[in-house]
Design a protein around this ligand. Sequence first.
Ligand code: AMP
Length: 210
Amino acid sequence: MHRIVLFGAPGSGKGTQGDLLEEKFGYKKISTGDLIRAEVKEGSAIGKKVKNIMEKGELVSDDIIIEMVKNRVKQDDITVGYTMDGFPRTLDQAKALSKLPVEQETAIFLDVDEDAVVERLVSRLTCKNCGAIFNIKNKPPKQEDTCDECGGQLERRKDDNEETIRNRISVYRAQTEPAVKYYRENSTLYEVNAAGTVEEIFSKLEEIVT
Ligand code: AMP
């Protein structure tokens, strides 16, 4: 089992690259943001508890997220490996992940500057149905507002507005950078300049992963 861990600020391309890694290598993308949004959509007890937190761009508690990840990695659609998108986001999450054994782990940091991520996120569109990610500027859907993958309706995520994005970036600096530092110090962390096109970045990831 091979685990890829994608680090990077919101909008650095973790979700998009995670989808491509799944398509090419069969590593299932595990997006904790998608797991949370599914709970909110379903209106479950957890969903009700975390809806506001998520919409403000704050972090959901470690206990809830760690439990979700532990359950997700046990499912049998995961065969050759999985990619973590959006987890770990705190030092405690990083420590919890290191207790979930895998034969091989590759941690990659997608490096982009703040202005670029704000621009990417305000022009991002997400499928309401399957979570596929598009971008009006650099990855437009074939048909306006319609998902290329499943035909679902595309929407702008509630937390993809400039004010919330700035908050997500400061939450990232305060809470997630320590997790990145932990990886940098305790394992190998590949650093990738993620300022280019989706294809350019993916070819760098392919080299690292294979
Ligand atoms: P994302 O789709 O990764 O941008 O995540 C969207 C939102 O879900 C975040 O702003 C948090 O509110 C919540 N979330 C996702 N992953 C985590 C995590 N690992 N820890 C805490 N909250 C998370």
